[in-house]
Every structure is written in structure tokens, then in C-alpha cells.
Design a protein around this ligand. Structure first.
Ligand code: SAH
Length: 352
């Protein structure tokens, strides 16, 4: 039977209950189905053994569990894994599994492409095509979850893949509800991090929900002059408004803000830049996550030299600003943001 193109993950818990009732099934069937879909990692409705055969058939006729197809699956020597998923409309998105001793983190995308245009980023090079649906976002998490060993569980979610998550909150928030709900993956919201280019109105909107998600703000420069060059959307926003919104997020949720700072060799990695950043964050409960640039072919930016990176961290720490350098994962695959999709898209459309 050809699989239906409608993902069951487009339905909320309540919508699934309604669907069951409309099909003459008891509401508790929805709970059973969700147990198979989430913790039990079913890959077909036929797997859902305690459901009556007629219900399994109805589900199969109407829904797919996954609507995307795994177009590429890369595994790095550090066991980082990356999936390139092809969506029903032919677009592709990436998601990544990162393993550390005590955590297994999935990194997900929220859009096909990105409209922000950060000059060092592979994801925005082909512009924004569209938002992902809730089912397409959830599919990434659950596909990655199904890569784990039977006794392994996902511990963290970072919304740091392709796209600007705060531009797609209507689809992202229901997904975060699902993964943190007891009838979903029952993950702690404290282990979810949403990374944003810094959209003040949206940061405030997220703060109002008062859920203890972590917020990571991609700052990359402490002055508007430099930030305008690196993050073009900053032109209409400005560092000051972003920090004010992030402060509000911290005040409401009590979650310490992470500031991401991609170190671009010779561009924003000098001692003066570190001092500017320390000035900016001086009275704030913040953490700086320094990310050495992942080189992207055709882009004129490069990884910083090791001594520059070390002195950048040392200056921040001496000035009382907590900072860490992000460990590189999956260095021998195209695990960095948007690179695999970019490669695939540019290979298949040489004119792009
Ligand atoms: N749009 C969101 C989330 C996606 S990118 C945001 O801007 O935060 C996640 C992080 O990776 C961001 O901090 C982004 O600036 C950074 N990034 C993008 N391209 C990179 C590259 N080539 N090397 C290192 N970090 C990069």
C-alpha cells in the first residue's frame, strides 16, 4: 500500500484523540498510539501490536509516520551522525546527533534555508524557501532518536540547525511541547536550547510563555558597526535592543542567557573585540559560547588561529565573563550548519 503523505506528527495530542473518536475508537487508543510513536520508536503502524488490526489499517491508510526520506546518513569517527532528509516537496533539511559521555543531543532545523544572511553561514546562502511544518520539525528529532541504541535516550535538543527558529515559532512551539510532554518524549525543557540571530520582539514573546527553555543569542560582534557587517539584519535591530530583550528573557525565566560568538580569524577575534564584549556583558549573568568558524567553501572567512582563540577566552574570563570554546563535533563529515544541504543543492543545480 502506498504510504500516505500526511504525517501523523502534524496532529496534536487532542487532534489525535478527536481522530480516534471520529473513527469510532476509544480515546485511550490515542495514548497507545503516541506511546508507540514516541518512546517505543515505531517505524510503522503495523508495529503497534496492541492496537486492533482495523485501527492499524485505518492509520496506515490515512497517515505516514515519517514523510521525509533519508537522502544521506553520515557517521563521523566521533560518532556524530548527520541526516539529510528529503521532504515530500523535494526540499532538504539537516539534523545532527551529537554524542558525549553523558548526553545525546539532537540539533534540528526549523526552515528550508534562511533569510538572515549572516555572511559566514552556509544555511542562508540560497535564501529562505519556506518554514518547516511541525511534523517536519518533529520528524528530525524522532528520526535521530531512532538512530540511538535501544537503551540510549536523547537528553538535549538544540534548535541550531538551518533557519531562524524565532521566525517559525507557530510550528516550533508545538514541537517543543510534544517532546517535553509526558505523553511525548518527556524531556526536560531545561535541556532545550533555542538559538536566535536576535529578534527582540520574538525573544519577548518567548519570554512571556515563561517556559524554562535556554536561549542562545548569536551575537558575533559587540558593536553595531561590526555586527551590521556580519549579521546584516542587525541594521534594523541593533545590539542594545537585543540585549534588552535577552535581559527580559532572563528576568522572566531565570535562565542564564548564552551568547554565541563565531570567531572569524582576523575579523572579530582580536583582544579589542574581547574587551568590547566583556564591557557589554559586564553586569549580566551570561555565558559566552565561542565557536571557531567552520570553513565554508567559497566564503572568505576562516577559522581563527589557536592563540587568538585562547587569548579571547582569557580576556573574557579575566573580566569576569564566563566563556567556553565550543568543541567541534563531526569534523570529518559535513556536520556544520547547512553545509550538507548546500553541497547537495549546489551539486544538483550547478547554476545556483
Ligand atoms: N538562526 C539561528 C540558529 C542557526 S545557526 C541563529 O542565528 O542563532 C546556529 C549557530 O551557528 C549560530 O550562532 C550561527 O551564527 C552559527 N554559525 C553559522 N555558520 C557558522 C559557521 N560557518 N561556523 C561556525 N558557526 C556558524
Amino acid at each position: 500500500m502506498p504510504a500516505s503523505q500526511r504525517s501523523i506528527f502534524e496532529l496534536s495530542r487532542n487532534e489525535l484523540v478527536t481522530w480516534c473518536e471520529r473513527h469510532g475508537e476509544k480515546a485511550f487508543r490515542a495514548r497507545q498510539i503516541r506511546r508507540w510513536l514516541f518512546p517505543n520508536r515505531a517505524t510503522s503502524f503495523e508495529d503497534m501490536l496492541e492496537l486492533p488490526k482495523s485501527l492499524r489499517e485505518k492509520l496506515t491508510a490515512e497517515f505516514s509516520i515519517f514523510t521525509g526520506e533519508i537522502q544521506q546518513h553520515q557517521v563521523a569517527t566521533d560518532r556524530t551522525e548527520k541526516l539529510l532528509l528529503q521532504l515530500p516537496d523535494g526540499n532538504t533539511v539537516e539534523c545532527v546527533l551529537m554524542r558525549e559521555t553523558d548526553r545525546r543531543t539532537v540539533c534540528i532545523s526549523t526552515q528550508v534555508g534562511c533569510a538572515m544572511g549572516c555572511v559566514f553561514c552556509a544555511s542562508g546562502m540560497l535564501g529562505l524557501k519556506r518554514n518547516l511544518t511541525r511534523g517536519e520539525i518533529l520528524e528530525q528529532i524522532l528520526r535521530v532518536d531512532r538512530l540511538l541504541d535501544e537503551d540510549e535516550r536523547l537528553t538535549n535538543i538544540v534548535v541550531m540547525g538551518i533557519g531562524e527558529p524565532l521566525q517559525n515559532l507557530p510550528q516550533l512551539l508545538p514541537v517543543l511541547d510534544e517532546v517535553t510532554s509526558d505523553s511525548g518524549l518527556a524531556m526536560s525543557p531545561r535541556r532545550v536550547t533555542v538559538s536566535t540571530v536576535g529578534l527582540p520582539a520574538k525573544i519577548k514573546e518567548l519570554a512571556k510563555l515563561n517556559r524554562p527553555f535556554n536561549l542562545a543569542v548569536s551575537l558575533h560582534a559587540a558593536t553595531d558597526q561590526l555586527r551590521n557587517e556580519l549579521v546584516p539584519v542587525n541594521d534594523n535591530i541593533g545590539v542594545e535592543d537585543i540585549l534588552a530583550a535577552a535581559d527580559e528573557y532572563f528576568e522572566v525565566t531565570g535562565r542564564r542567557i548564552t551568547y554565541e560568538y563565531v570567531l572569524l580569524g582576523g575579523v572579530n577575534d582580536q583582544p579589542a573585540h574581547a574587551h568590547q564584549l566583556a564591557d557589554l556583558l559586564a553586569d549580566r549573568n551570561a555565558h559566552v559560547n565561542l565557536i571557531p568558524m567552520n570553513d565554508v567553501e567559497t566564503l572568505p572567512f576562516h577559522e581563527p588561529a589557536e592563540p587568538e582563540t585562547q587569548s579571547f577566552v582569557a580576556i573574557l574570563e579575566a573580566r569576569g565573563t564566563a566563556a567556553t570554546v565550543r568543541k567541534r563535533k563531526g569534523a570529518d563529515i559535513d556536520a556544520a550548519c547547512g553545509q550538507l544541504r548546500l553541497k547537495q543543492e549546489t551539486d544538483s543545480q550547478p547554476e545556483a
